[in-house]
Design a protein around this ligand. Structure first.
Ligand code: SF4
Ligand code: SF4
Ligand code: SF4
Length: 378
C-alpha cells in the first residue's frame, strides 16, 4: 500500500458516487476507464496497483471536473498521483520519447533554445512571444504539418494588430514532462524560464499554444506578468474588411477545444476571432466543457483506445461537413493530422477537411491565401 496524502483522501471522500464524471469521460466511450470507481477505490482501499496503473491513462481533459456537482477535482488528484513521490511513467507508455529526452537535455545547459520566425520584433517590448516546441515537432513528427509556420503566422498577426513582441528563447515549458510525472526535470525548466522572463522585463507573455498557456498560468509563479493566449488578442483586435468577410463566409469551419484551455475556460476568444474573419463557424457535437479529447495526452498512451477517440472526434467534424477543423494546440494538430495522414496514405481519405492551427487559418485569410487554396480543393 502506498501512502495517500490527506488532501487526496479528502477529495476522494467528498465524492457521493453519482457517476456524472464517468458519463462525461471521453475515455469511458472507448474503454472501461471509470473515474467514479477510481474514487471509490481510493476512499475505501487507498492506493493500490490498479490506481497506480490508471493514473497514466486519464487524459486530464477536465470534463469530469466540469460536471461534478461536488467540485471533485479528479484531474488534479491524478496529477498528484503522478508526482515524483511515486514514480514517473514507464518509458513504454511514452510516444516520441525523444521530445521528453530533449526537455531533459535542456536542463543540462544554462541557455534557452534559439528561435527564428518571420516578422518584426522589438527587444525592448514588454510583450514577449513564446512559440513553444514547434521546431521540435517539425523534426520528429512526420504527420504532414508545417509546425514552424504557426510561429511565422503568429508573429505576422501580432504585427498586424500593432504588437512587435520580443521573441523568447526559453526552454521547453515542461508540459509533457510534468504530465509524465517527471517533477524534477519540470522544476528545473520552470526555474530557468521564470528567471529568464523576469530578467527580460516581460510584462505580457503571449503564447499561441494551449499547453504553454496552461503551464505558464497554472504552474509557474510569474508575479506581475500577464499570460495571454494569442486568441485573446486576435479576438479583440484583428478585423477584416467587409468585402473579405463576405468572401470568407464561403468557408465552413469548426473549432476543436483543446483540453489545455478548459481549466481557464478559454472557449469564446478563438470562436470570436474566427467569426470576426467572416468564416462560417459551426459547432461540433461536443464543445467547450464537454469537448472530446484528441486522445493522446502528455504524449502518453498512443494506442488503439487513443485512436478510437480521434476517430470519434473527426467523425464529429465530418458530420458537420466542414472545410477546416481549427484548433489552438500543436499537439491536437499533430494527433489529428496523424490519423488523417494515415488515411491519405491508404487508398482513400475519409477526411476531406483540413486540420489547421487558428493562427495559420487567420494568417492565411489575412493574406488572402486560404480562399484560393480552398476553392481549388473543393
Ligand atoms: S461526478 Fe463528482 S460526485 Fe459524482 S461520482 Fe464523479 S466525482 Fe463523485
Ligand atoms: S480528466 Fe478526462 S479522461 Fe480523466 S477521468 Fe476526467 S473526464 Fe476522464
Ligand atoms: S497520434 Fe500520431 S502524432 Fe500523436 S503520438 Fe500517436 S503517433 Fe505520434
Amino acid at each position: 500500500m502506498v501512502f495517500i496524502p490527506e488532501e487526496l483522501l479528502r477529495i476522494a471522500r467528498i465524492c457521493y458516487q453519482c457517476g456524472e464524471c464517468t458519463g462525461s469521460c471521453p475515455l469511458r466511450r472507448v474503454s472501461k476507464f471509470n473515474p467514479r470507481d477510481i474514487l471509490y477505490e481510493l476512499a475505501t482501499r487507498g492506493i493500490d496497483d490498479d490506481i497506480m496503473r490508471w493514473r497514466w491513462q486519464c487524459l486530464i481533459c477536465e470534463n469530469c471536473y466540469n460536471v461534478c456537482p461536488q467540485g471533485v477535482d479528479f484531474p488534479s488528484l491524478i496529477m498528484e498521483l503522478r508526482s515524483n513521490e511515486h514514480e514517473p511513467v514507464s518509458e513504454d507508455l511514452v510516444a516520441h520519447r525523444v521530445l521528453s529526452q530533449i526537455a531533459y537535455f535542456m536542463t543540462r545547459f544554462d541557455k534557452g533554445v534559439p528561435v527564428d520566425f518571420k516578422g518584426e520584433t522589438d527587444d525592448n517590448s514588454e510583450y514577449g512571444y513564446f512559440p513553444g516546441c514547434l521546431d521540435y515537432l517539425d523534426l520528429f513528427m512526420d504527420v504532414g504539418v508545417n509546425f514552424h509556420e504557426i510561429g511565422d503566422y503568429a508573429l505576422m498577426l501580432l504585427n498586424r494588430i500593432g504588437i512587435k513582441p520580443k521573441l523568447l528563447d526559453l526552454k521547453c515549458c515542461g508540459h509533457d514532462v510534468l504530465f509524465q510525472g517527471n517533477l524534477k526535470v519540470f522544476q528545473q525548466l520552470v526555474s530557468y524560464n521564470e528567471r529568464k522572463i523576469k530578467e527580460l522585463g516581460i510584462k505580457k507573455l503571449i503564447v499561441s499554444c494551449a499547453e504553454g498557456y496552461l503551464m505558464f498560468r497554472r504552474y509557474y509563479k510569474l508575479e506581475g506578468v500577464e499570460v495571454i493566449h494569442i486568441a485573446e488578442l486576435l479576438s479583440e483586435r484583428l478585423h477584416f474588411p467587409d468585402a473579405e468577410r463576405v468572401h470568407n463566409h464561403a468557408i465552413k469551419v469548426a473549432y476543436h477545444d483543446p483540453c489545455a484551455l478548459k481549466r481557464y475556460k478559454l472557449y469564446e476568444e478563438p470562436r470570436k476571432a474566427i467569426k470576426n474573419s467572416g468564416a462560417k463557424l459551426v459547432e461540433l457535437a461536443h464543445t467547450r466543457d464537454s469537448a472530446l479529447c484528441c486522445g493522446v495526452s502528455g504524449m502518453m498512451n498512443c494506442n488503439d483506445t487513443a485512436k478510437a477517440l480521434r476517430v470519434l472526434r473527426l467523425a464529429e467534424a465530418e458530420a458537420k461537413d466542414v472545410d477546416i477543423l481549427i484548433t489552438t494546440c500543436p499537439k491536437c494538430l499533430s494527433h489529428f493530422n496523424c490519423l488523417k495522414h494515415e488515411h491519405e496514405q491508404g487508398s482513400e481519405s475519409n477526411y476531406k477537411f483540413e486540420i489547421m492551427d487558428l493562427v495559420v487559418f487567420l494568417g492565411r485569410l489575412a493574406r488572402q491565401e486560404l480562399t484560393e487554396a480552398d476553392k481549388n480543393r473543393r
